[in-house]
Design a protein around this ligand. Sequence first.
Ligand SMILES: *Cc1c(COP(=O)(O)O)cnc(C)c1O
Length: 378
Amino acid sequence: MTLTLDRQPSARQAQERRVFSFSPGPAVLPLPVLREVQRDLLALPGAGGSVLEISHRSPAFDAILAEAEANLRELLAVPADYRVFFLQGGASLQFSMVPINLLRGQGLPATYILTGTWGGKAAMEARREGRVHVVWDDADGAYARVPSAAELDLPEASSYVHYTSNETIQGVQFRRPPEVGDSPLVCDASSEFLSRPVDVGKFGLLYACAQKNAGPAGLTVVVVSDEVLERCGDDLHSMLSYRRHAEKGSRLNTPNVFGVYVFLLMTRWLRDEVGGLEAASARAKAKTGLIYDALDADGGEFYVPHAEVASRSRMNVTFRLRTSELEPAFVAAAAERDLVALKGHRSVGGFRASLYNAMPMEGAERLRDFMLDFRATH
Ligand SMILES: *Cc1c(COP(=O)(O)O)cnc(C)c1O
């Protein structure tokens, strides 16, 4: 693929054919959001310049940041005693920031629940900062399910308990947050963020990168309770300190202005077009339901789902073919129907269809039809 810098924006560009991308992230964005970005890119109404050109201290960005936070608070029903930050460094930086702020110098170990690849990476960074207690690690079972409450033998007290609500690579998702007693619950919600309502009050800290469900890459949202903020270490590098970010309200340095702007448009779209997070959740269930039904239609003869039924993700559907030699043919035939980015993560193999917020119902229907046809013809 070659990228050209076109001096004469042409009709061709505007009508470029769009495929259905099942990419795990960066992922699809809603067309109305992309159109609005495109329409206002040269001059943001009232700002006199592009959103790419305005100062992060300008009134225009003040308004963008304030509305982005307000919309997020409304969609997620964030309690008043929680702070919201728009940071950079991806969810991966939070793997380090969480233990740097909440484990370093604390007497108690941190507890990690590992249900897939991302949780393992988070625990690896935490070990650099202090003692880490792993209460669940189903690597031997290839991370095909999440534990039940009875299977979690949590210590009486931890500096915090970390889990990954949706493991993007394995396609397993918690239906509800684990009960962890009085220890603060920390959640990597990256790949299910804003896809369903959550009871924020149950969490001490919740973080998510935006590029799966909620915007472009390069933006990370952190929601943290005042109580947990109080516990954070104070003598830290400023950029790694939640307290310093709290003092400066997402503007400790230059934030990802464009990312916050697109996130704002996403929150408006979720509220006004989708109808809020209950509706988003129903959509996600309906879309992934079509794919799971297609997988199950032959009882495992042709398609082999990865996740156990009760743990199946409503975001990332993982599966392989009983006859793995057919996998290249599956990818090629899907691409012919404009269904792309279906290859599974290299560590799991097979396929992964990510159906985030912005994937239209039509995309899920087309994939379902393709899967049924492919089985019928092979
Ligand atoms: C994508 C993803 C990450 C990594 O996000 P980056 O922004 O690339 O650092 C972490 N956790 C989960 C659950 C993810 O899906």
